[in-house]
Design a protein around this ligand. Sequence first.
Ligand code: DP6
Length: 326
Amino acid sequence: VIGRGQARANANIALIKYWGKADEDLIIPMTSSLSLTLDGLSTRTEVEFLDATAGSDLLTIDDQPQGGRALGRISQFLDVIRKRADIDAPARVSSYNTVPYGAGLASSSSAFAALAGAACAAAGLNVSRQDLSRLARRGSGSACRSIYGGLVQWQAGHDDASSYAEPVETDMDLALIVVLISGQEKHISSRQAMRHTMSTSPFYRAWVEQSKDDLEQALVAVHTNDINTLGEIVEANALSMHAAMMAARPAVSYWLPDTLVAFEAVHQIRSDGLDAWATMDAGPNIKVLTSGQQAIQVAEELRERLPGVNIQVHRPGPGLQVNGAG
Ligand code: DP6
């Protein structure tokens, strides 16, 4: 072993979504986005660069050896790090998740943020937080936001140097409640689905335009501590993204009947006067934005209306933590 590094990152959920790339290779998004990094949904990754001139990368996720596409994507990412560190060594990557894999719970966000941190440490690279965000972005767009804790904005930028995430200062007391409708792997990856939406949905352009306004207004709501306005925009932004997907040809739909039932429950709880707005990503689960103060009560109300569904409160979590050096 010529270098070893370890890192832990938490998943983030977008409040204003990223959906579509201006540059597929560098992962430059069409729009800027806003997210909340959560506690309790994390990936811990160890990377070791091996003392060998030949040989291939090895990957385990939760102690299960991986090959095929998962390994290919990791190797491709490690190539970016190897090139930067000017090394040739194969790597052994071991990753442990507290996030169900591929269920629209943003496992790729924590995974590539942790991998970026661990791989840079193992390669002995001296990198800034901004560098780490830009590197994590190369693995999975949303991962660039998991470098930071709490509320985070990803500036779309226009090239590798200008596209990275930054923390958003706020006193807002937010929480997200994950309503786990299905832990099954998604039928179409977000990567494929966003490409298909961009190239076939007549509503995609409109979504891009709207999302610029949404982000602007969401940031004003954050700065004025106005959770009602923020919640309304967050829910509308997610539904607009899914509307653009539905209009793709053929349609992309992550909805299950129970997803709609959960949305209805959120609307009822809101009309009873509680803080509750739903958002949804590339999977059938929903996440409910609420205030930290009302989170327990909203979760209880949801459990009453959605019996048998796994419902967990997540508070804002920390950014990337890196240990050990090369
Ligand atoms: C719906 O970051 O998984 O969660 O960049 O292709 O790896 P790639 O996509 P990914 O897409 C996330 C899409 C989303 C919205 C969001 O997190 O902003």
